[in-house]
Design a protein around this ligand. Structure first.
Ligand code: NAD
Ligand code: DAU
Length: 341
């Protein structure tokens, strides 16, 4: 592989952070630039294992700051962009939608303009299956790349808007691009506001687990390492202008997920607390990954092996998530969850 300069936006977050580590380790001759604003969701402590590597670089910047972004693109002359930076939590988009439009829509537009201006070889836009809306509980129905976009939350509407901008820059300006739409990720360095890390960290502390509604909503879980491999493949081999769905057929109800974690940690199901449902709560997500499989991708984890690895990681890396739980997150949790804790 010849030398390449790769800009990863949002590389201090969960998936972007895993992707940065994956790329730094896999391609010693690529230069990996992690550009991140370090919002509540970003932290650099996760990169202790690579921060001394010669091919890892960090740039603190805001993707919505046009002058800053253009100056960075002009200086660094990137070959590829993998765009992860976003506001990513559905619950926060219900209480504070504005920042989702700013970061996810306007931020993407700034990056597209810079990518066009400085002739990026490919813009890989990391999107989500939530742009397709929801499926009913018929197990034979799946999201394909042809499923119409019908986002239901301010978060997914902002992601769908950014997808449409990426498509438009390809059609209008011939910007080389791919869009990936992945199902729910889990694994190391997942911020504990999301269901799986929230459950693991709270079960380990013998605290109640808030399950929205009846717990029967279904998500299709993919280990983050398999998502990273998919983006690497799409970046190198994806056909210009194409969308690729990413998912591994690991559908579980939320209650199944929570009970699996409780059972693995040998705690009681009495920790489960059914709480007020999320507004506009999507019933089910499920991905048909056939198109990506034809490109040569296959997941290495199923849900059982992936959740076991993840639970073990949270047990071995308490200091990482405990420093998050003791900070601003505490205030967020008190405001978001009103049940008797
Ligand atoms: P995350 O919330 O963990 O991380 C987001 C990162 O973006 C943080 O490091 C944050 O500091 C950074 N950021 C936010 N605003 C910024 C700005 N203005 N400028 C620069 N950096 C900024 O998110 P995640 O869960 O890792 O998701 C990454 C991407 O993958 C998102 O685009 C999300 O929509 C998509 N996605 C997530 C999942 C999932 O299950 N988590 C699934 C499919 C797709
Ligand atoms: O499908 C991909 C999406 O997955 C990504 O685009 C998003 O960025 C990511 O956050 C995730 O969205 P979800 O809303 O599906 O993930 P979350 O972990 O917030 O919730 C998973 C399910 O668990 C969902 O049905 C809501 C439920 N839930 C969540 C929380 C935080 C609860 O029952 N209780 C909770 O406290």
């Amino acid at each position: 592989m010849s030398n390449k300069k790769i800009l990863v936006t949002g590389g201090a977050g969960f998936i972007g952070g895993n992707f940065v580590q994956y790329m730094v380790n896999k391609y010693p001759n690529y230069d990996i630039y992690n550009l991140d604003l370090l919002t509540y969701a970003g932290d650099l402590s996760k990169h202790k294992s690579i921060e001394q590597e010669k091919n890892y670089h960090f740039i603190k910047a805001d993707i919505t700051d046009r002058n800053e972004v253009f100056a960075i693109f002009e200086r660094e002359k990137f070959d590829y962009v993998a765009h992860f930076a976003a506001e990513s939590h559905v619950d926060r988009s219900i209480t504070e939608p504005e920042i989702f439009i700013k970061t996810n829509v306007l931020g993407t537009q700034v990056l597209l303009d810079a990518s066009k201006e400085f002739n990026i070889k490919k813009f890989v836009h990391v999107s989500t299956d939530e742009v397709y809306g929801e499926l009913d509980f018929d197990p034979e129905t799946f999201f394909t790349e042809e499923t119409p976009l019908q986002p239901n939350s301010p978060y997914s509407a902002s992601k769908a808007s950014s997808d449409l901008l990426v498509r438009a820059y390809h059609e209008t300006f011939n910007l080389p691009m791919n869009i990936t739409r992945c199902s729910n990720n889990y694994g190391p360095f997942h911020f504990p506001e999301k269901l799986i890390p929230l459950t693991i960290s709270r079960v380990l502390n013998d605290q109640k687990i808030p399950v929205y509604g009846d717990g029967k909503n279904i998500r299709d879980w993919l280990h983050v390492t398999d998502h990273c491999a998919a983006i690497d493949l799409v970046m190198h081999e994806g056909a210009n202008g194409e969308v690729y769905n990413v998912g591994g057929h690991n559908e579980r109800t939320n209650l199944e997920v929570v009970k699996t974690i409780i059972n693995t940690l040998e705690k009681s199901v009495d920790l489960i607390e059914f709480v007020t449902d999320r507004l506009g709560h999507d019933k089910r997500y499920a991905i048909d990954p056939t198109k990506l499989e034809k490109l040569g991708w296959e997941p290495t984890y199923n849900f059982e092996t992936g959740i076991a690895q993840t639970i073990q990681w949270y047990m071995d890396n308490k200091e990482w998530w405990e420093q998050i739980l003791s900070g601003d997150y505490k205030k967020y949790f008190e405001k978001q969850y009103t049940f008797e804790k």
